[in-house]
Write a protein that binds this ligand. Structure first.
Ligand SMILES: Cc1cc2nc3c(=O)[nH]c(=O)nc-3n(C[C@H](O)[C@H](O)[C@H](O)COP(=O)(O)OP(=O)(O)OC[C@H]3O[C@@H](n4cnc5c(N)ncnc54)[C@H](O)[C@@H]3O)c2cc1C
Length: 385
C-alpha cells in the first residue's frame, strides 16, 4: 500500500528489510531447483532459525526470542510464502504450527533441551490433527489414546502432516475421553517410538518442495509425560493454536498476491498488443487497480488483527473471516494475473502458474473457507440470536 502504515516501527522495518534481503539472496534464486528436487536443503531450516523466525512468543531460556510481535510474525509469513514458491514456507512450517503447544505444555526438561534445537532449525516438529476420516471436524477425531499403567497406548492414523517425514517430534491430537470436544488431549511423540510409522503422501498439485506424510499409530506406547496440557482439554489448545497458523496463511496469501501483481505488471509494461503496451489498454490497467485494491484490503485487515493480537486479544472471528477473504482475494488475483500473461501464464515456470496451483491449499489448509465462515458466525454469536 502506498499509504504509510501507522503500525510500522524502526524495529519492524529493520526486521522486514533483513528478512527481505535473506529471501532475495538465499531463497528466491533456488526455488526452481528446490521445487524440482521436491525438498529444500536442511540448511534453510538452520539459517531461518538463526534469523529467529521460529522463536516468537517463546522465552529466551528455551531458545526463543523472549518477545512476541504479530506484525513480525506476519512479515515472515508474507515473505516466506511470497518467495516464489509458497511450498518453501510449508517446508519449514510444520515446526511453526506445532511450536505453540510444545512451548506451552511440554515438560520443563524438554523445553530446556529439545525445544531450543527445534527453534534453532536443527530439529523439526509437526502438528498432527487431521485424520484420513476428516480434518474439518476436529471435535470428532478418532485416534485413540488409552491409559495402561503409567503409559498411554495410541491407535489410529493422521493424514497430510506437513514435515511428517523429517520431523523428530509430533504434537498429536488423540481421544482420551468421551465423544466430542471434551474428550481430546495432546501428546508429544518422538518419531522413533515403537508402534509409530510414517509414509510419504505422494504427488500433489503444488507445494512441491515441502512434504506431507501419513502417520500410523499401532499400539504405540508412550510414557505418561507424553501427555501435554490438561487431559481432555486439548480441543481448546488446538483451536487457539490454529489462530497463529491462520494469521500466517493470511499474510502468506498477501505475499503470494504480491508475486502475481509484480510479475504481471512487469509483463504488462513490456508486452505490446495492438501497437501499444498492455498496461496502456484501459481494460488491463483496470485489472491492476482491482488487484492492488484486494492487496490493500487484506493488508489493512491483517494489520488491524496484528494490532489486536499485540494488545493481548485473539480475535478468532476476524482471523477466520480474514482468512476467507485473503484466499478469495488470492484466487481472484492469481486468475487475473494469469489472464494478463495470456498463454505465457499457462506455462510451467511462470511465477503465476505456480501461485495458481497453490491457491487451493491456502483455501483448504489450516481450516477451509467453509469452516472459517462457520467459525466466524459462531464466534460472533449470530446463530444463537
Ligand atoms: C498440503 C497440505 C498440508 C497439510 N498440513 C497439515 C498438517 O501439518 N497438520 C494437519 O493436522 N493437517 C494438515 N493438513 C490438513 C488440512 O488442515 C485439511 O485438509 C483441512 O482441514 C480440511 O480437512 P479435510 O481435507 O479432511 O476435508 P473434510 O473435512 O473432509 O472436508 C471436505 C470439504 O467439505 C467441506 N466441509 C466439511 N464440513 C463442512 C460443513 N459442516 N459445512 C460445509 N462444508 C463443510 C470442507 O470445507 C471441505 O471443502 C494439510 C492439508 C494439505 C492439503
Amino acid at each position: 500500500m502506498t499509504c504509510p502504515s501507522p503500525f510500522m516501527t524502526p524495529e519492524r522495518e529493520a526486521y522486514r528489510n533483513n528478512l527481505r534481503r535473506f529471501f532475495d539472496s538465499e531463497v528466491k534464486p533456488h526455488v526452481e531447483e528446490w521445487e524440482a528436487n521436491r525438498a529444500v536443503p536442511w540448511e534453510l531450516h538452520e539459517k531461518l532459525g538463526d534469523l529467529g523466525v521460529f522463536g516468537f512468543g517463546i522465552p529466551e531460556e528455551y531458545g526463543g526470542l523472549g518477545f512476541d510481535d504479530a506484525f513480525m510474525r506476519a512479515d515472515y509469513a508474507e515473505l516466506a510464502f511470497g518467495c516464489g514458491a509458497s511450498g518453501v514456507a510449508a517446508a519449514v512450517g510444520g515446526r511453526m504450527i506445532s511450536l505453540g503447544p510444545i512451548a506451552r505444555f511440554a515438560p520443563e526438561e524438554f523445553k530446556r533441551t529439545v525445544l531450543p534445537e527445534i527453534i534453532a532449525g536443527r530439529m523439526n516438529s509437526s502438528l498432527a490433527i487431521t485424520e484420513p476420516g476428516g480434518g474439518s471436524d476436529v471435535a470428532n477425531l478418532t485416534t485413540r489414546a488409552e491409559r495402561d499403567g503409567d503409559d498411554w497406548v495410541l491407535n489410529g492414523a493422521k493424514a497430510y502432516i506437513t514435515g511428517g517425514m523429517d520431523s523428530q517430534w509430533f504434537v498429536v491430537g488423540a481421544r482420551t475421553g468421551g465423544p466430542g470436544i471434551a474428550g481430546i488431549s495432546l501428546f508429544l511423540i518422538e518419531a522413533d517410538t515403537p508402534g509409530f510409522t510414517r509414509t510419504p503422501l505422494g504427488g500433489k498439485m503444488g507445494w512441491h518442495c515441502s512434504e506431507q506424510a501419513m502417520l500410523h499409530f499401532d499400539d504405540c506406547r508412550v510414557p505418561g509425560t507424553a501427555l501435554i496440557g490438561p487431559e481432555n482439554k486439548g480441543f481448546i489448545a488446538i483451536m487457539n493454536n490454529f489462530n497463529h497458523e491462520r494469521l500466517a496463511m493470511i499474510a502468506g496469501s498477501l505475499g503470494m498476491m504480491r508475486v502475481c501483481y509484480d510479475s504481471a505488471l512487469d509483463w504488462a509494461r513490456e508486452r505490446r498488443t495492438f501497437g501499444k503496451r498492455l498496461i496502456e489498454h484501459q481494460v488491463i490497467a483496470h485489472k491492476f487497480a482491482e488487484i492492488s485494491a484486494r492487496i490493500d484490503m487484506i493488508e489493512a485487515y491483517l494489520e488491524r488483527i496484528c494490532w489486536a493480537i499485540n494488545q493481548g486479544l485473539m480475535p478468532a472471528a476476524e482471523i477466520a473471516k480474514a482468512k476467507v477473504q485473503a484466499t478469495k482475494a488470492l484466487e481472484f488475483v492469481a486468475s487475473e494475473a494469469m489472464q494478463i500473461f495470456g498463454g505465457a501464464g499457462y506455462l510451467t515456470g511462470n511465477p503465476v502458474e505456480r501461485v495458481w496451483r497453490e491457491v487451493k491449499v491456502m483455501a483448504i489448509g489450516g481450516g477451509s473457507e467453509e469452516i472459517m465462515r462457520d467459525l466466524a458466525v459462531r464466534q460472533m454469536g449470530l446463530a444463537g440470536q
